[in-house]
Design a protein around this ligand. Structure first.
Ligand code: SF4
Length: 102
């Protein structure tokens, strides 16, 4: 995540570092510029993930949570769903999350 070896491009132009975590949109910003300005530690989602995994999203943003999750990615996904309204330009597109939190 700090120096990603690959990202995924969806049909809408979103460049995903992980599914539903967009670093930018190549239809709006050149890929070279998206890559150049990416700062993993300062990124509002990647920064906490690097610092403490998905649990750090919960503590950083004081999110409600369950006692247990299927795995780390399950907690990450649920935390990101809860944060979509706060970071709509990062946590997208809605097809990755459903639209119940919009
Ligand atoms: S914890 Fe899982 S879902 Fe979250 S960014 Fe990492 S790989 Fe992706």
């Amino acid at each position: 995540m700090r120096e990603p070896g690959r990202c995924h491009l969806d049909p809408l132009g979103n460049l995903h570092i992980c599914q539903g975590v967009s670093l930018g949109n190549v239809f709006e910003t050149p890929l070279k510029e998206i890559c150049a300005r990416y700062d993993a530690d300062a990124h509002p989602i990647c920064g906490p993930l690097l610092a403490g995994g998905p649990a750090a999203l919960v503590t950083e943003y004081n999110l409600p949570h369950e006692a247990a999750y299927a795995d780390a990615c399950h907690l990450c996904y649920e935390s990101r769903r809860a944060l979509r309204g706060r970071f709509p330009q990062i946590l997208k597109p809605e097809q990755m999350y459903g639209d119940e939190n919009l």
